[in-house]
Design a protein around this ligand. Structure first.
Ligand code: AMP
Length: 311
C-alpha cells in the first residue's frame, strides 16, 4: 500500500431494503460504510460519520476488522440514520420509502488531524452543507471526489453548486445528472457540469456501465454481464470507494490510470450487488478483484477495422 490516505465522509446507516429477491430490515448500510469498505481493499481508509447509541457493536467490529480507521466516527446520543427503499425489476431505479436523518441533523463532521492534509477525499452522499464543512477543513487534498443524490438536488440545489465548484470529480447516476443539469442529454449535461468547475464527471449507469467525462477525454466503461444481482444498494458508493482507494494506492491521476480506476470502481460495484448489505464485500478476495478486472477488459476489447475492407 502507498502511504496515501483515503478519507470517506458520509452516512453510517441502518437500511431496510426490498428487492425482487427478498427483504432485509435494519441492515448495515450508509454511503460512507459502503465506500470505505470498498476503499479499504486498496488503501488506508478513514471513515468520518456518525452513528447513534443504537448502532450494533458487531457492525463497528466489522469496520475495524477491515482495518478502517474510525477516529472520525462519532457515536452520538440519539438514533442512527435510517433509509428504507425498494427496487422493482428495473433495479437501476431505487424507490425511497423513508429517510430518517436522525443524528445527522446535528452531526458536524470533524476530520482527524492525521488526514487533514494531502489526503484523497471522497465526499459520499450527504447533505451538501456538511460536504462544504468538510472541504473547509481539508488542506491541499490530492483529490476530491463527491457524490450526491436526487434528495439533495431538489432540497439543497444552491449549496450543491458550491460543492461542485470545489471538487475534482463529481459522481452521479445518469438520472441525477439529467435532473441536476435540467437536460435529457447526458454528454451535454456532463459538459454543463464541467463548465461549473469540476475537472471531471463520472456518470454511473447502474448495470449499464459508467462514463467518465473530462475536458480533454471521454471514457466509457462497459457493463458487466451480472449473473447474480440481488441488491443494488451501495453500488454507487462501492464504485466510488474502489475508484478512490485505487487512485490513492497508485498515486497516479493520469488518463490511463483514471480509466483503470473507473473499471476498478465497476468491479467493486459488481461484487457489491451480488448480495444484500455488505455481505459480498465481507468475503471478497483480492484475487477475485483482479480476475474480474481482467474479465471487464476482455469483454470490451475489440480490434480496429481492417484496412483491407475499408481502405
Ligand atoms: P447507493 O450507493 O446510492 O445505493 O447508496 C446507498 C446508501 O446510501 C444506503 O445504504 C443509504 O443508507 C444511504 N442513503 C440513502 N439516502 C441517503 C441520503 N439522503 N443521504 C445520505 N445517504 C443516504
Amino acid at each position: 500500500m502507498s502511504d496515501a490516505k483515503v478519507v470517506v465522509v458520509g452516512t453510517i446507516g441502518l437500511d431496510t431494503v426490498r428487492t425482487p429477491f427478498g427483504e432485509k430490515k435494519e441492515i448495515l448500510g450508509g454511503s460512507a460504510v459502503y465506500a470505505s469498505v470498498a476503499s479499504s481493499f486498496f488503501s488506508n481508509t478513514f471513515l468520518v460519520g456518525a452513528a447513534g447509541k443504537d448502532f450494533p457493536a458487531t457492525y463497528v467490529d466489522f469496520l475495524k476488522g477491515r482495518g478502517i480507521a474510525l477516529d472520525g466516527m462519532q457515536i452520538l446520543e440519539g438514533q442512527t440514520f435510517r433509509w428504507s427503499g425498494y427496487y422493482e425489476y428495473d433495479m437501476n431505479q431505487a424507490h425511497t420509502l423513508d429517510t430518517q436523518l436522525n443524528i445527522y441533523r446535528s452531526f458536524s463532521p470533524s476530520i482527524p488531524d492525521a488526514v487533514k492534509k494531502g489526503s484523497y477525499l471522497f465526499l459520499a452522499n450527504l447533505d451538501p452543507e456538511l460536504q462544504l464543512k468538510v472541504l473547509d477543513q481539508m488542506v491541499e487534498p490530492k483529490l476530491v471526489v463527491a457524490d450526491t443524490m436526487n434528495y439533495w438536488i431538489s432540497s439543497k440545489r444552491e449549496l450543491l453548486h458550491e460543492v461542485v465548484k470545489r471538487v475534482d470529480f463529481m459522481l452521479m447516476n445518469d438520472a441525477e445528472l439529467r435532473q441536476y443539469m435540467e437536460t435529457p442529454n447526458v454528454p451535454q449535461a456532463a459538459a454543463k457540469l464541467l463548465a461549473m468547475g469540476a475537472k471531471g464527471v463520472i456518470v454511473k449507469k447502474g448495470e449499464h456501465g459508467a462514463l467518465l467525462f473530462t475536458k480533454s477525454f471521454h471514457f466509457s466503461a462497459p457493463s458487466y454481464p451480472q449473473d447474480k444481482f440481488v441488491d443494488p444498494t451501495g453500488a454507487g458508493d462501492s464504485f466510488a470507494g474502489g475508484l478512490i482507494g485505487y487512485l490513492a494506492k497508485t498515486e497516479d491521476l493520469g488518463e490511463d490510470n483514471l480509466r483503470k480506476a473507473v473499471i476498478i470502481g465497476s468491479v467493486m460495484a459488481s461484487f457489491n450487488v451480488e448480495d444484500f448489505s455488505l455481505e459480498r464485500l465481507k468475503i471478497l478476495k483480492q484475487k477475485e478483484v483482479v480476475h474480474r478486472f481482467e474479465e471487464f477488459r476482455r469483454f470490451s476489447a475489440f480490434e480496429a477495422l481492417s484496412v483491407a475492407h475499408w481502405g
